[in-house]
Ligand binder design. Structure first.
Ligand code: SAM
Length: 245
């Protein structure tokens, strides 16, 4: 992509984010450009994302990750774990944008973890750690369990499974955030029992639109109101095979 059209694209995204109350420093946009170029380059060798054009990367990955920074529930600083981070969405993008966030990126796929390490090193993000592993295991570890202000996930699992993967990481008073498509009601209804059992309560569902017909999205905010019972999360694979009801 020519530098001029990338500049125009960045301006559009800046305007859209400002309309949501999100302002980012020039330094952040420089970091995101490095990230985008590396993603497109490495994606030719390993499967990191189906989105390969700069416009798609900026809107569907960067904007989609950043838009939550304008939400009233989201603090300026804190400890965040991104479960199933993949190529870094939303966790790595949020780490680039918010120097106050200390971010743990967790993914079960080694080749994606290598990519995350590469971008972390290139951008000098000392507040980011990248870990290869499964949420079902890390959610039981001391130093991880009930140790985060925020746990995030996009495109990892349905809501009741996500509740079991995310809520064990969250301290009481903190929150889990799940990125979802536009029609999340039915999925959420089916997950209410699981969320309650794991110590959570749905606090808000925020909706927004991506431009150019790229579609609607929702972010579900689940507040942790009591400790997660020690039997959760269950063994790797079990939450998905036998979702809580
Ligand atoms: N969040 C990224 C995004 O929105 O582009 C990646 C989504 S990708 C479809 C799902 C990722 O979740 C994969 O990289 C997979 O390895 C990871 N994943 C799925 N279940 C997991 C688990 N239980 N623990 C850790 N990672 C998991």
């Amino acid at each position: 992509m020519a530098d001029g059209s990338r500049g125009e694209l960045v301006r559009q995204i800046q305007d859209a984010l400002e309309a949501q109350g999100v302002m980012l420093e020039t330094e952040v946009w420089r970091g995101l450009e490095v990230y985008e170029r590396r993603l497109v380059e490495r994606n030719r060798e390993v499967n990191l994302t189906a989105v390969t054009d700069a416009e798609g990367v900026y809107w569907k990955h960067f904007y989609d990750s950043l838009v939550v920074l304008g939400l009233p529930e989201v603090p300026q600083a804190g400890f965040l774990v991104d479960v199933g981070s993949g190529a870094g969405f939303p966790g790595l993008v949020l780490a680039v944008a918010r120097p106050g966030f200390s971010v743990s990126l967790l993914d079960a796929l080694r080749k994606r973890v290598w990519f995350l390490e590469e971008v972390r090193g290139e951008l000098g993000l000392t507040r980011v750690r990248v870990v290869h592993g499964r949420a079902e295991e890390y959610g039981r570890r001391p130093g991880w369990r009930e140790s985060f202000d925020m746990a995030t996930a996009r495109a990892v699992a349905q809501m009741s499974v996500l509740a079991e993967l995310l809520l064990p990481f969250v301290r009481v008073g903190g929150m889990a955030m799940a990125w979802k498509g536009p029609d999340v009601e039915e999925e959420l209804e089916g997950a209410r029992g699981a969320i309650r059992r794991l110590g959570g309560e749905v606090e808000a569902v925020h909706r927004y639109e991506l431009p150019y017909g790229m579609g609607g999205r929702s972010v579900v905010i689940v507040r942790k109101i009591s400790a997660t019972p020690t039997e959760y999360p269950r063994r790797p694979g079990v939450p998905e095979k036998r979702p809580l009801t």
